[in-house]
Design a protein around this ligand. Structure first.
Ligand SMILES: [Zn+2]
Length: 355
């Protein structure tokens, strides 16, 4: 089967393999260990992804409405998209989880439309499909390259993912990113394997999605940079299993997040071989510093800086490329030596991407 990289931008999971593996390692329950271990292993992701590619129906003409959502029930299988539960403008579904997914995708769509004047992931109002109840107690959420899928979680470590605005906004942003950088930012395609995010560019792709997930949460809650928690996935873990999966304020501080969080926030600690979710902490923290230095609402000056800066990147971009692009856009949009320009520069300096 031929997979066009333009359509299948990446297979992007919300919860990194390391966190799942850590939980599998720590649990006393054999069934829990088997279930989490299976999802931590790359092979099960491969199997699931093949099902995704084969079962996805060809898309009809994409809608041109500003918001066009469809939520499907995957019926605890990996066959996508599943049965339609709710369509744009239709009555709420009986299924609470479907309505949560519908509402959260709506918030992400509204953010991009209102703050960045971007209509959906492709800028042309593409219909967004979300499948809930994906697989059996699937402890993750994902952008498949065509749609969002969310699991119900195993109930022991993870709650359902549909109710998490940050997770849905993160996965939706992978869809946006797919259309911004033709060929995919950090997307590496190896025959026989699903597309994966690699290197600095892959980490930048992950970071873009965390940064926008964080801004979307703040925008929705009306929170300024001081009030914000700067966490992603603060609402998906069950008690006793940690607080969140990532922190932009303190990447890798597992007291704020959970065991297995190995994010780095300093470029001097970056390793090219690590997971894209690990190096993403560097750019996440650069954004956090820029936004907190500037103060006020993060999205007002910096959403367009980050968006337009990342829009200039090429598939194999480096952290330094992202630094130069965002600093340049900040100067263009807000003026050279403006507070925003200085704050963005300061952010990249403090994480040691810029000397
Ligand atoms: Zn991601």
């Amino acid at each position: 089967m031929n997979i066009s990289p333009a359509r299948y931008g990446c297979v992007c999971f919300a919860v990194p393999r390391k966190i799942l593996a850590q939980m599998a390692n720590d649990t006393d329950d054999d069934e829990d260990r088997r279930h989490l271990g299976k999802h931590a292993a790359q092979s099960s992701m491969l199997r699931g992804h093949r099902a995704v590619l084969h079962q996805h129906k060809p898309e009809a003409h994409p809608g041109r409405q500003a918001l066009h959502r469809q939520v499907f029930d995957a019926n605890r299988s990996t066959l996508l998209p599943g049965n339609l539960l709710r369509d744009e403008g239709g009555p709420p579904a009986r299924d609470k989880v479907a309505n949560q997914a519908y509402d959260n995708v709506g918030i992400a769509l509204q953010f991009y439309k209102t703050v960045l004047a971007r209509a959906s992931v492709d800028g042309k109002g593409e219909r967004i499909q979300v499948s809930v109840h994906y697989d059996d107690r699937f402890p993750n959420a994902m952008w498949t390259g065509r749609q969002v899928i969310v699991g119900d979680g195993d109930g022991r470590h993870f709650k359902g993912f549909a109710q998490s605005l940050g997770i849905i906004a993160h996965e939706f942003s992978h869809g946006v990113m797919q259309h911004m950088v033709p060929g995919g930012l950090g997307v590496v395609q190896v025959t026989g394997k699903p597309p994966a995010l690699k290197g600095e560019a892959g980490a930048l792709n992950e970071s873009f999605c965390d940064v926008f997930a964080s801004m979307i949460k703040q925008w929705h809650a009306g929170q300024d940079v001081a009030a914000a928690d700067w966490l992603v996935g603060e609402d998906i873990l069950t008690p006793g299993n940690g607080n969140a999966i990532r922190s932009l304020k303190e990447p890798g501080n597992d007291k704020l997040t959970c065991k297995g969080d190995d994010q780095v926030s300093d470029y001097r600690h970056y390793k090219a071989t690590s997971d894209a979710h690990t190096g993403s902490g560097i750019a996440n923290h650069a954004f956090y510093i820029a936004a907190s230095t500037l103060g006020g609402n993060s999205w007002e000056k910096l959403a367009s800086v980050w968006f337009k800066g990342f829009d200039r990147l090429r598939p194999r971009a480096t952290f330094l490329d992202a630094a130069h692009a965002t600093i340049d856009v900040a100067a263009t949009l807000h003026g050279k030596q403006s507070d925003a320009h200085r704050a963005v520069k300061d952010g990249w300096k403090r994480v040691n991407v810029l000397a």
